[in-house]
Write a protein that binds this ligand. Structure first.
Ligand code: NAI
Length: 299
């Protein structure tokens, strides 16, 4: 089995001071990539900052014989995102890989969620992934090569009590992934998303202790490593991954119902079962394919 190597590649990994991001950074560096370890070093709710976590991971990579530099800028500001990408250019002369991983939590039931708590979570996860990728994009386009991973979440794909802000951001990343996959296709830029589950400070209170090893971050990183490798040609997809299991998640459309003489509310009521059928489903590769399905139905 040939080993997946990253020699000559430069990767930026956000939020890589601990948890999943740290694991991604260690693994890509061990496989030959030069890595920018970004981490603001704040608390789980996004408050505060520290240079410690990013520096510690860089030290660990260097001790293992790899190459890495630390960056402690904030993914949630345009200046921070620019500075993160600039760190890669200054230290290693280019950027090939972006893993958007930085994240915070501000969980509240919807009734109690303040608008600021919504905005802060969107700012880091969704806007932060936009900003960092946007800063890298001209460089990826120019060299006609890029691999980008977004970090979504099952909470966004399937919904989760108390996470209206987080789930909105995480599902937003799926739309961003699909659109950037379309815009990057011409430039050999592949953009995919993972929806992980792992034992980190973000989840340690959710899982029973016996799952600590079974859900180690090490069991998520291999999917990221494959998605950002040059031999991966897939793009625009989302994969759940955790505990060594990995599966594609897809947005599909059921066969639907088409009114023969217009569509009245009563037609919708009377055909509700057919409208909710999931088989056979259409897995449209892009909006064009979905629109064609409508055109076919009404012609
Ligand atoms: P973590 O809390 O261990 O790591 C997140 C890192 O992001 C922290 O080191 C933090 O300092 C950094 N960070 C936060 N805001 C930042 C900012 N504005 N700029 C730069 N760095 C910032 O959490 P974990 O679990 O490793 O999460 C990584 C990603 O995976 C997050 O996007 C999270 O939402 C996602 N995720 C994790 C799941 C899990 O089961 N652990 C489940 C689903 C998604």
């Amino acid at each position: 089995m040939s080993e997946l190597r990253f020699n000559g590649r430069v990767a930026v990994i956000t939020g890589a001071g601990q948890g999943l991001g740290r694991q991604h950074a260690l693994e890509l560096a061990a496989r030959g990539a030069k890595v920018v370890v970004n981490d603001l070093g704040g608390a789980l709710d996004g408050s505060g900052s520290s240079t410690g976590p990013a520096a510690a991971v860089v030290e660990e990579i260097k001790k293992n014989g790899g190459e890495a530099v630390a960056n402690t800028d904030n993914v949630a500001t345009p200046e921070g995102a620019q500075a993160i990408v600039q760190t890669a250019l200054d230290a290693f002369g280019k950027i090939d890989i972006v893993v958007n991983n930085a994240g915070i939590l501000r969980d509240k039931s919807f009734k109690n969620m303040a608008p600021e708590e919504f905005d802060q979570v969107i700012a880091v996860h969704l806007r932060g992934s936009f900003l960092v990728t946007h800063a890298a994009w001209p460089h990826l386009r120019e060299q006609a090569y890029g691999r980008v991973v977004m970090t979504s979440s099952p909470a966004g794909l399937f919904g989760n009590f108390g996470q209206a802000n987080y789930a909105s951001a995480k599902m937003g990343l799926v739309g961003l992934t699909k659109t950037l996959a379309a815009e990057g296709a011409k430039y050999n830029i592949k953009v995919n998303a993972i929806a992980p589950i792992a034992w980190t400070r973000m989840t340690e209170e959710m899982f029973p202790p016996e799952y600590k090893e079974k859900l180690s971050a090490e069991l998520v990183t291999p999917v990221v490593a494959w998605l950002v490798h040059e031999s991966n040609e897939g793009t625009g997809e989302t994969y759940t991954v955790g505990g060594g299991r990995v599966a594609r998640v897809f947005v599909a459309e059921g066969p639907g119902f088409t009114g023969q003489n217009g569509l009245r509310a009563e037609d919708v009521r009377d055909n509700w079962q057919q409208i909710n059928e999931t088989e056979p489903y259409l897995l449209a590769k892009n909006i064009g394919e979905q629109t064609m399905a409508i055109f076919d139905a009404i012609k």
